[in-house]
Design a protein around this ligand. Structure first.
Ligand SMILES: Cc1cc2nc3c(=O)[nH]c(=O)nc-3n(C[C@H](O)[C@H](O)[C@H](O)COP(=O)(O)OP(=O)(O)OC[C@H]3O[C@@H](n4cnc5c(N)ncnc54)[C@H](O)[C@@H]3O)c2cc1C
Length: 391
């Protein structure tokens, strides 16, 4: 099998890249290890930055998002049993975000790809990426019980943090910047209308909690839990009780309960691999970097990377110049590090470290007080949350 761009992974990065390349008249083949149902059901991100929304619309993948997505003009910060709303449009000159689940973004992109794009093979696991430092890289993959080879001009490693692309890089080629956190998020999906119409980020002595939603009828809620916690260790009753404690306010706000339909724990990590390119292999999305989910940046970073990559490949096709491909890593990393910084700031602002001292507790509260009392500080948060420029 032969194509121009071999894409490993049908997460948001790989699927959107295939779509953008198709529109630029560049052939690609997407290899995805899992089956379609798995990819379409995998619960992950849900907040799309303004820039991501604009990109999906321009790619012809925005129709259902515009019908069913929920435009959000702010978030609520909650601490000391008080509530403070951050007004995004008012602080950023009109920017907002869209709540539309990653599962739905993937469904929309898969439907478009299967309807008129290049090949998208499910159950096709890449096992090796070879010769990326030559003009003819190859991806070895397993599909329907057979070993096969995809020959291409470029390889896009969109295979997430645990994929095969990044480990392909020869030792010593890159540098890793990493931080792990001594806690994770226990997340639930519940069949109950959200108790608030915007996301609520709660800082509490017992730990962080986040109220989010997938649709007007489905709530998504998270609790900070110690690293290594298993979802089964928490009963539904214990989860609801803990959420009520952490979201409690002085003005009598109440949390609606409903049947829990899904429960899982997400570890927290910050990770960047530099550079994001080696030869003809380009890493995009979680394959190159991870952020803790507190800043809602993971999916949005993946989108930013593939926009830059698609533009660079189109430029090379049109002009013969590899100038933008050569700049790919540096261009993406500028935005990646801003998202890393913001995600780290939000995480340390709102979570309680197991060894936090009374001094650090007071500092956290002082940082929150600063945000709600200074328009400059609040604007900084609103600008970062609604998104950094794509390139
Ligand atoms: C459990 C979890 C919860 C998250 N929650 C949030 C959140 O609330 N908010 C937020 O902003 N972000 C969240 N994220 C991050 C966000 O979902 C990711 O940043 C986003 O999925 C990145 O997209 P991607 O396409 O780069 O990678 P992925 O979505 O990971 O896609 C990679 C794809 O590659 C496939 N693949 C892997 N190896 C191979 C192989 N060898 N051959 C072929 N295919 C392969 C995988 O099956 C997968 O489909 C979460 C991530 C996780 C893991």
């Amino acid at each position: 099998m032969r194509t121009t761009v071999g894409i490993i992974g049908a997460g948001p990065a790989g699927l959107l890249l295939a779509r953008l390349l198709h529109r630029a008249g560049i052939e690609s083949v997407v290899l995805e290890a899992r089956d379609r149902a798995y990819v379409e059901q995998r619960q992950r991100a849900g907040v799309l930055e303004q820039g991501t929304v604009d990109v999906l619309r321009a790619a012809g993948a925005g129709a259902r998002m515009d019908r069913e997505g929920l435009r959000h003009d702010g978030i609520e910060l909650r601490f000391d049993r008080r509530r403070h709303r951050v007004d995004f449009p008012g602080l950023t000159g009109g920017r907002s975000v869209m709540v539309y689940a990653q599962t739905e973004v993937c469904k929309d992109l898969i439907a478009l790809q299967l309807a008129g794009g290049g090949p998208l093979l499910f159950g096709a696991e890449a096992v090796a990426v070879e010769d990326v430092d030559t003009p003819s890289p190859r991806i070895r993959f397993r599909h329907q019980g057979r070993e096969d080879v995809l020959e291409c001009d470029y390889v896009a490693g969109c295979d997430g943090f645990w994929g095969v692309s990044r480990p392909t890089l020869p030792a010593g080629v890159g540098q890793v910047f990493e931080r792990t956190y001594p806690f994770g998020w226990l997340g639930i999906l519940a069949d109950v209308p959200p108790s608030h119409d915007e996301l609520v980020y709660a800082r509490h002595e017992r730990g962080f909690a986040l109220l989010s939603m997938r649709t007007p009828a489905v709530s998504r809620l998270y609790l900070q839990v110690p690293e290594g916690t298993k979802a089964e260790e928490w009963s539904d009753e214990e989860i609801w009780r803990e959420l009520e404690l952490r979201f409690e306010t002085a003005d009598g706000w109440t949390l609606r309960r409903g049947p829990v339909t899904q429960k899982s724990v997400t570890p927290m990590r910050s990770y960047v691999h530099e550079p994001m390119r080696y030869g003809r292999l380009f890493l995009a999305g979680d394959a190159a970097h991870i952020v803790p989910p507190t800043g809602a940046k993971g999916l949005n970073l993946a989108v930013g990377d593939v926009v830059v990559l698609a533009r660079a490949l189109a430029h090379e096709k049109e002009t013969g110049s590899a100038e933008l491909l050569d700049a790919y890593s540096a261009t993406c990393l500028r935005r990646v590090w801003q998202a890393e910084r913001f995600s780290y700031d939000m995480t340390t602002l709102l979570h309680r470290a197991p060894d936090a001292t009374a001094f650090e507790d007071r500092l956290q509260l002082a940082r929150l007080e600063r945000i709600i009392s200074s328009r400059a500080a609040e604007t900084d948060l609103a600008e970062a949350y609604t998104g950094f420029p794509l390139a």
